[in-house]
Design a protein around this ligand. Sequence first.
Ligand code: BES
Ligand code: MN
Ligand code: ZN
Length: 489
Amino acid sequence: MEIHLAPTCDASPLPDWMVLFILHVEDEKPIVPTATPAPLREIVDQLHESGDLPTKKGELRKLYHQTAPLAPRVLIVCVGSKKDCGPETRMRAFLTAARAVCEKPDRTVTWILPDCSGGDSCREEQIVAAATALEMGPETQGLYQKERKKYPYKSATLVTDQRAGQAVEKGQIVGQAINLTRELINRGPHEVTPESFADRAGQVAAEANLQIRILGDDQLEQERMHSMLAVGRGSAHPARLVVLEHRGAGDAPFIGLIGKGVTFDSGGLSLKPSESMKTMKSDMSGAATVLGVMQAVAQLGLPVNVRGYMGLVENMVSGDSYRLGDILTARNGVTIEVMNTDAEGRLVLADVLCYAADDGCEKMIDLATLTGACVVALGEELTGAFTNEQEWLDELLAASKKSGENIWQMPMCDSFAEQLRSEVADCKNIGTRWGGAITAAKFLEKFVDEKPWIHLDIAGPAFRTESKPYREGGASGVMVQTLLQLLES
Ligand code: BES
Ligand code: MN
Ligand code: ZN
């Protein structure tokens, strides 16, 4: 898709859709962008008079066949009220608009962006968000349907007084990264296996010019990653560890992004009930997020050193599956008594975190659909964050404020680690029934070699059960924007 910037709407030819973003003001006329053409302004006034103007966050009005010089179709989007139009609200409005008018192939659109109150940086962020939304909006989870329900735009014009061409490119790169993450998660577990995921990462690396290392069974054995290997042993598809590297800052230390990549989580011998197993193709969301971020980091040429580590296994049942009572020795020598084969994500991450620490990563962030308990605690919208170093997390929280993705910090009290004591090994892989998201984080902490580390439990937001006007159901691509924001700063 081509995206252009224009200072006014009068560029010919007319687009298929003209999209106008307005802000609601209680008991007054709405705030309409300065660049709104006079005839459209009149229509807005009329709709306001008759009480037909959208006034709620994300509310839409479609108008057809207004007289020239307007486009044949006009979409009016209420972003929200003036006071509450931060990054999250703005992105919702943009995604709603992008999803609303792409039901036919090759559509052209003109977006009349809201005026920015916050100066140049606000304007630039707005263009980035608009381009991201235009890339994301038409992509759905209907990957296996004969006919598409939404089609990529042919071209878009953003009407704004800003001439930041780079913001457009950046937004498109971010949107495409999120789409890559979403696509991998949305694809079925019959085709997304550790090997095929690693192959796809190989393609991404070649296209984006990233260094890549792929470790198979033998190398994982050599690297003493017995905890991760045990999880994958019951599967017909052998495990893989993929490492992508972007060196944008010479000899500076590396930041490590570590993703849980369980391509399907049956629970293993601690088998999940069908209801909980239905969405377990999404248990590689952490790894897919890391891949998306790495693609964008390389395409943006960010001046940072980052490595992405994707621990890929399938948790299945067979005569050779790992068992309850098995003692596993992780890469750092810590022995683990397996008390539940469904607490497999932490066994994968244990080895991958050790590997990343040994690989010279100075700071680490892991992403994982780790616990149902985190979804119980925080719901489907929030990412749970855990850390052993508050300043490092504060940086990430600041980035999330800018990206509009919600993160909530969780405690790391030592009492939870006590639950992991074992009579026969250094630790067990599960605790009691309560506070399971925290116990899981305390388990991971044993494997980070005391490096500054953040654990993000994305079990809630990574995969959505239903579609909304502002978002497609299925994979969300959550945290791609926040991580890119962090790496950029
Ligand atoms: N992949 C699941 C966690 C999960 C649950 C992700 C719901 C997304 C939605 C993880 O491997 C798991 O099964 N965790 C167990 C841990 C328990 C056995 C201690 C859980 O949450 O029940
Ligand atoms: Mn599990
Ligand atoms: Zn899992």
